[in-house]
Design a protein around this ligand. Structure first.
Ligand SMILES: *[C@@H]1O[C@H](CO)[C@@H](O)[C@H](O)[C@H]1NC(C)=O
Length: 250
């Protein structure tokens, strides 16, 4: 983590230097449509599957899943409660959650479950780290009996790793998922204006559905698996070397 953090900083310095040398203001206004998420046909929405998890702050949850290959879109939101139209400051009995749209040919529910378990502490009661409260509880949302079975099996495996404390994760049939307010979407990416520039300063509605933005959101939070983190580093470095600050794909 420490060295990845340094890389990101160095990168930003280099990119800033490079941008100031090679870019005119007009370059920043070029917008590249996000082909990865908008191409019709081959990857139509019909072929995608959806999964929802709660594992603490949704800023982090969205970043955790965004970098996985096969994940096409991520959305931060509220689920697991009964309040109609929850909002950030009044989310009622909901948990902060992430909705993941994925290509089942590239990644499956079982793999998402493994990643869910390894990406948070399911034994902390109603919270993750300093984020304590009902809204940060751990939940696997399922759709149908097969997913419920896989979720239960994975939870039993997780519990079997140690009997000194309980795995607190709940397993629930998904009822409603309410997308969170725009300022909570791709939150980690938005803290890095330079990365936003590299993908052409997409307007909010494009950012929210962009596969690339989902990946970079994970990268910005340094939550991608090490290999993917390095791969994106390399890609961005290449762009900087060429002096053309538009990233269309990682
Ligand atoms: C639940 O599964 C059914 C059948 O596989 C599917 O049609 C539906 O879109 C799924 N719902 C969600 C929210 O993923």
């Amino acid at each position: 983590m420490a060295s990845a953090g340094r890389n990101l900083l160095v990168l930003h310095f280099l990119a800033l230097a490079s941008l100031s040398i090679f870019c005119t203001d007009t370059a920043f206004s070029i917008r590249i449509p996000d082909r990865a998420s908008n191409t019709p046909g081959e990857l139509s929405d019909r072929s995608l599957k959806t999964a929802v998890f709660a594992l603490g702050s949704f800023w982090r949850s969205e970043a955790v899943f965004g970098c996985l290959n096969g994940v096409v879109r991520t959305t931060a939101g509220y689920a697991g409660g009964s309040k109609i139209n929850p909002e950030y400051r009044s989310l009622g009995d909901h948990a902060e959650s992430v909705m993941i749209e994925y290509d089942p040919k590239e990644i499956n529910f079982r793999q998402l479950l493994e990643f869910f378990w390894s990406s948070h502490d399911p034994r902390q009661v109603f919270g993750q780290g300093p984020d304590v409260g009902n809204q940060y509880r751990s939940i696997i949302f399922t759709n149908g009996t097969e997913e419920a079975r896989l979720a239960t099996m994975s939870q039993e495996r997780e519990q079997a790793k140690s009997r000194t404390s309980f795995v607190t994760t709940q397993i629930q049939q998904l009822q409603s998922f309410y997308p969170a307010e725009p300022e909570h979407q791709k939150f980690e990416l938005k803290r890095h204006p330079l990365l936003l520039q590299l993908i052409g300063n997409l307007p909010e509605e494009e950012l929210e559905i962009s596969t690339l933005a989902a990946k970079l959101n994970g990268y910005a939070a340094e939550l991608c698996p090490q290999r993917i983190q390095k791969q994106i580093d390399a890609k961005i470095n290449e762009i900087i070397r060429r002096g053309w600050p538009v990233l269309t794909d990682v």
